[in-house]
Ligand binder design. Structure first.
Ligand SMILES: Nc1ncnc2c1ncn2[C@@H]1O[C@H](COP(=O)(O)OP(=O)(O)OP(=O)(O)O)[C@@H](O)[C@H]1O
Ligand SMILES: [Mg+2]
Length: 278
């Protein structure tokens, strides 16, 4: 696809690494439960990586370790060349570089859409009112919601609320965007508008890690797909390989389940050996 051919990763920069995100030997336990068991992953500047895998495989925990919403038990995470797992790091400064969008939009219900975008800019970036309002307008426009600037969140559809949440993250000027199942809470007819915004961001060269079950999005937009299971990366590669022709049995089983949930209920003896689900 065209965005793979453009030299998005060759923009000049000061840092030594071409990777926007580097994860080395990352482990995370909750009590006795080790949910990340040695993750090594690099995301180049401008790259879009989709993370897929079964429930409980550690996808959200992985994203949350990147912006330190969870403290890793072992290993290192670098964002933009800065080790965020360094004990002396300024966590707030790190978080300012990383935008995160969750399944739940978490907008403040009692203030307008614009105010939802202005507030974090004022509090975290100490921007003045005029500048913050201008940046809010610009980013609402970016997600196609300029006309909803004065609406309250409850007056918007779920898809519109999620686009506001994306605009709120973008208004902070992040270098990296993390998305954790951004369309999973939406009615199917609202998913497309949110994915369209993400597609535009990807096209603009934003570095993105996206946990998603939207395989068509992964195939179209992701530079790389990572399949996780049981706290490890089982396989990764271009979408056409990982989704289209997975090498690992576990990946095949997972994809069979999500691409055709009814398949498990059907007898499988007529399928060729490579296509056996379960
Ligand atoms: N704060 C926490 N305290 C204790 N256990 C946790 C916590 N957060 C996650 N876990 C456990 O870690 C494991 C991985 O959870 P995680 O949310 O990362 O999985 P996931 O791949 O995102 O799953 P899903 O697809 O359901 O969102 C699960 O067993 C979960 O119960
Ligand atoms: Mg999750």
């Amino acid at each position: 696809m065209p965005q793979n051919e453009t030299p998005r990763n060759e923009t000049p920069r000061n840092e030594t690494s071409r990777n926007e995100i580097e994860i080395r030997g990352l482990r995370k336990s909750f009590g006795d439960n080790e949910v990340l068991r040695g993750i090594d992953l690099e995301v180049a500047r401008g790259e879009v990586v989709c993370v897929i895998g079964p429930s409980g495989s550690g996808k959200s925990t992985l994203l949350r370790c990147v912006n330190l919403l969870e403290e890793p038990s072992a290993g290192q995470v670098f964002v933009g060349g800065t080790e965020v797992t360094d004990l002396d790091v300024d966590i707030d400064a790190v978080r300012r570089r990383i935008g995160m969008v969750f399944q739940q939009f978490n907008l403040f219900p009692h203030i307008t859409v614009t105010e939802n975008l202005v507030l974090p800019q004022r509090r975290v970036l100490r921007r003045d009112k005029v500048k913050a309002a201008a940046v809010a307008r610009e980013n609402l426009d970016r997600v196609g919601l300029a006309e909803k600037a004065d609406a309250y969140p409850a007056q918007l559809s779920g898809g519109q609320q999620q686009r506001v949440a994306i605009a709120r993250a973008l208004a902070m000027g992040p270098e990296v965007m993390l998305f954790d199942e951004p369309t999973s809470a939406l009615d199917p007819e609202l998913v497309g508008d949110v994915l369209a915004v993400m597609r535009v961001l990807a096209g603009e060269g934003m570095t993105m890690m996206v946990v998603t079950h939207e395989m068509s999005f992964a195939r179209e937009v992701a530079d790389r797909v990572v399949f996780m299971d049981g706290g490890v990366i089982v396989e990764q590669g271009p979408a056409e390989q990982v989704v289209g022709a997975p090498r690992e049995e576990r990946t095949r089983n997972f994809l069979n389940r999500i691409l055709d949930p009814a398949a498990e209920a059907r007898p499988t003896s007529h399928l060729p050996p490579g296509d056996q689900p379960g």
